[in-house]
Write a new protein. Structure first.
Length: 367
């Protein structure tokens, strides 16, 4: 009997994890853009707290894996010593604005595909094309120049990585690993207390359930690629949930299947769609939805392009940087997350006012 390759094992595990992600996101309506929308238009922080709870759970699990030396988070793309602060800001703003135009971030559109939304198929395809253009295509030239111009090499300052723990350790002249547990406990305690101090959140099983499970899938991803996928002769890159670059890789994989190799990211993209589809069918919510008018389509197309470009520049999306990157406690992830939120809030005001000047005016008036 032929031995199953590590690549196949990681791909299968990634697909199953994606199925769980898609099922949970569909069932609990876990949506980062929706969380911001609730705040802006209804002053409801329930789904935003669910997002923060997911970050807290992801930090606990990811840092525990690192402390127990099961995975080395320094090997992730988020913990490099090369801090792309400007890419995080520009990319985050573009992604945040784009997700409001496209009716949802990358993971939400994947979930909607599983529910029968044809608009989301268009969004994901366009986003994937622009992501790949920014990774290796025409826009990639501008990305390289941006990185060369703005990236800060933290190693010159005596830092091993852009981790917040590393930076804090340097400031207080202490060993990084001596501070990691305490730093992680302080951050996660703050997030959890903030989430559960609200009575409406405590009485919302969906928000709690969604936050815990989505957050727990991030360290699972690290474990799959870092432990299950470990092999000296067939190395697997340390990776967890993110959806922009994997969407581009998925399109390439479908077009070059016979000569392509599946990875964790590609597998999770397919898994999310399947998981959402299963929940939609079982709940009876599956229905076909298409563009209602050309303006709706134009808005979604521009939003998808912004998300694809911005997601690559920022090294991730609301999940990739907003949860997975944050689980590593990286400064770059914090910068990207703040920029995504700012871009999203601006996008809502733009949709409300219909023009950029009006959106800026409203933001300054309302603070």
């Amino acid at each position: 009997m032929e031995e199953i390759s590590i690549t196949t094992v990681v791909g299968l595990a990634g697909f199953l994890a994606g199925v769980v992600f898609g099922s949970v996101a569909n069932k609990t309506n876990f949506c980062t853009m929706g969380a911001l929308s609730d705040i802006v238009f209804m002053e409801d922080y329930g789904r935003f707290r669910s997002w923060l709870l997911a970050i807290a759970v992801a930090i606990i699990g990811s840092q525990a894996l690192h402390i127990m030396e099961m995975v080395d988070l320094y090997e992730s793309i988020y913990q490099t010593s090369d801090l792309g602060w400007l890419g995080g800001i520009v990319g985050g703003l573009l992604f945040g604005f784009g997700m409001t135009m496209a009716g949802g971030c990358a993971n939400k559109n994947l979930v909607r595909i599983g529910g029968g939304n044809l608009k989301s198929i268009v969004v994901i395809i366009v986003m994937a094309i622009f992501a790949y253009m920014t990774l290796r295509g025409l826009i990639g030239l501008a990305r390289v120049e941006l990185e060369a111009f703005s990236n800060v090499e933290l190693a010159e300052m005596g830092l091993k990585s852009q981790g917040l723990v590393d930076i804090f350790a340097l400031l207080v002249s202490s060993e990084v690993e001596n501070l990691r547990v305490g730093f992680s406990v302080v951050v996660t305690t703050f997030l959890i207390v903030y989430c559960f101090k609200d009575s409406s959140f405590r009485s919302s099983p969906e928000n709690i359930f969604g936050g815990i499970l989505i957050g727990a899938l991030v360290p699972l991803g690290w474990w799959v690629t870092g432990v299950l996928g470990f092999d000296d002769f067939e190395p697997t890159a340390l990776f967890s949930f993110t959806f922009v670059s994997p969407a581009g890789e998925s399109i390439q994989y479908l077009m070059t299947y016979t000569g392509a190799t599946i990875n964790f990211g590609i597998a999770t993209v397919g898994g999310v769609i399947v998981g959402s589809f299963l929940v939609s069918v079982m709940s009876g919510s599956f229905h076909i939805e298409a563009f209602s008018e050309k303006e709706d389509m134009k808005r979604h197309l521009f939003g998808a392009a912004f998300m694809g470009t911005g997601g690559v520049l920022a090294l991730g999306c609301t999940v990739g940087q907003g949860i997975t990157g944050m689980s590593t406690l990286a400064l770059g992830s914090l910068i990207a997350l703040a920029s995504i939120i700012a871009g999203g809030l601006f996008g809502f005001r733009y949709l409300e006012e219909g023009n950029i000047v009006g959106a800026i005016k409203v933001i300054f008036e309302k603070g």
